[in-house]
Design a protein around this ligand. Structure first.
Ligand code: CUA
Length: 360
C-alpha cells in the first residue's frame, strides 16, 4: 500500500521534472514559421560591441552569484550535519547564543556591501559606456507603430524604410526611438540589449554589427493584438555597399511603371484607399499612417517582416490583411480589409513589385 503510493509519487515527480526540462523545446510558432530552419534570434552569441559589453557584465554577475550560491549552500549543509541533534545528547541543551556579537554582525554587513560594490563598478562603467552618444555614428530615427517599425535616416535626406533596418557593418549606429501610439521595445538580441520605445519621449540605443549579416529582432514589450508579429530585421552591409544602398533608396521614384498591368495597379493605388495611408516618394502619395512603399519591390519581407515578399504572399495579403496578421483597423491600427477584386489585386501586385531601385 505504502510502496504503491511512494511509487506513484516518484512517477509524478519524474513527469514534472521532465515537463519542466522539455518545456524549453516547444517551438515558438510565430518565430519558426517564417524562418524555416534559419538560426533563431539568440543573445548568447552577441556580434556587436554593445551587445558584447552587456553579455560580459551578465556573465560576471551570473558566475559571481553561482559562486556565492554554492558557498552558502555548502555552509548550510555543513552546519546541518555538524550541529544536528544526536540521540545521545541532552534535549535541553541550547546551542551557543551569538546574539549581540559585534564582530559577527559587522562581518555579515560588510561582506554583502563589498560584493555589491564589486558588482557596481563594472555595472556603472557599462551603463556610462552605453549612454555615451558618439559624434561619428550613423543616425537613424526609429518610429514604432502598432505593429511595424519605421526607419528614417536624417543623414541621408529623404531616406525612409519600414521593418528592415539597413546599417553599415563596423560602424556605430545611434538609434533615436519614438512611438506614435503605445509602449514598444526594440530588441535585436545579437546587436544590443532592449530599449523601450515610449510615446512622448525619445530614447536612445546604440547598435554595432562587427560583420555584415542579417540579424533578427522583435518588439519586446507587449503592445496589443499583433505584438508577436512586430518583428524587424537588421541588414548589416559592407560600408561601401551601404552608401550605394542609401543613395539609391533616398531618391524619389521616377518615371512610369512598365507594362499595362502595373500602370493599371498604379491607377488603383491612387484612386483607391492605398494613397490614404502610404507614401511613395516622387508621387502624390505622401500619407504616413502605413509604411513608406517607395521601393517596396526591393524588400525581401513585409508586414513586420513576418512574410516573405513574394507575389503569392502579397496577393494573399491584399485579399484580406487582418486575416494574415491580426490587426484592429477600426481603431486605426493596421491595414483594413479593402474588398479588392482579383483583377485589382493582380494589378496592385504588379505595381508594388515594380517599385524597385533598379531600372524598371
Ligand atoms: Cu510593439 Cu510589442
Amino acid at each position: 500500500m505504502r510502496n504503491a503510493r511512494r511509487r506513484r509519487r516518484a512517477f509524478g515527480a519524474t513527469l514534472f521534472v521532465l515537463a519542466l526540462a522539455t518545456s524549453a523545446c516547444v517551438e515558438n510558432v510565430t518565430q519558426t514559421k517564417v524562418d524555416e530552419g534559419r538560426a533563431p534570434q539568440d543573445y548568447l552569441t552577441p556580434v556587436g560591441r554593445f551587445a558584447v559589453d552587456v553579455d560580459r557584465l551578465w556573465d560576471l554577475v551570473f558566475w559571481g552569484a553561482i559562486a556565492i550560491f554554492v558557498l552558502v549552500e555548502a555552509l548550510i549543509v555543513v552546519a546541518i550535519l555538524r550541529f544536528r541533534e544526536r540521540p545521545d545528547e541532552d534535549d535541553e541543551r541550547l546551542p551557543k547564543q551569538v546574539h549581540g556579537n559585534p564582530r559577527l554582525e559587522a562581518l555579515w554587513t560588510i561582506i554583502p556591501a563589498v560584493i555589491l560594490a564589486a558588482v557596481a563598478v563594472p555595472t556603472v562603467r557599462t551603463l556610462f559606456d552605453l549612454a555615451e552618444q558618439p559624434q561619428d555614428a550613423l543616425r537613424v530615427n526609429v518610429i514604432a507603430h502598432q505593429w511595424w517599425w519605421e526607419y528614417r535616416y536624417p543623414d541621408h535626406e529623404g531616406l525612409v524604410t519600414a521593418n528592415i533596418l539597413h546599417i553599415p557593418a563596423g560602424r556605430t549606429v545611434n538609434l533615436s526611438l519614438e512611438s506614435v501610439d503605445v509602449i514598444h521595445s526594440l530588441w535585436v538580441p545579437k546587436l544590443a540589449g532592449k530599449q523601450d520605445v515610449v510615446p512622448g519621449r525619445t530614447n536612445f540605443l546604440k547598435i554595432h554589427a562587427d560583420e555584415p549579416g542579417e540579424y533578427l529582432g522583435q518588439c519586446a514589450e507587449y503592445c496589443g493584438l499583433s505584438h508577436a508579429n512586430m518583428r524587424t530585421r537588421v541588414i548589416a552591409m559592407p560600408p561601401d555597399e551601404f552608401d550605394a544602398w542609401a543613395e539609391a533608396n533616398a531618391r524619389p521614384q521616377e518615371g512610369e511603371p512598365e507594362g499595362e498591368l502595373a500602370q493599371r495597379g498604379r491607377d488603383i493605388f491612387f484612386t483607391g484607399a492605398c494613397v490614404g495611408c502610404h507614401t511613395i516618394r516622387g508621387t502624390d502619395a505622401s500619407a504616413t499612417v502605413g509604411p513608406d512603399l517607395t521601393y517596396f519591390g526591393d524588400r525581401e519581407w513585409f508586414a513586420g517582416t513576418i512574410f516573405e515578399n513574394t507575389d503569392e504572399n502579397l496577393r494573399e495579403w491584399l485579399r484580406d490583411p487582418p486575416a494574415m496578421k491580426p490587426m484592429m483597423p477600426d481603431t486605426g491600427s493596421g491595414m483594413p480589409f479593402l474588398g479588392l477584386t482579383e483583377e485589382e489585386i493582380d494589378a496592385l501586385v504588379a505595381y508594388l513589385q515594380s517599385l524597385k531601385t533598379q531600372p524598371r
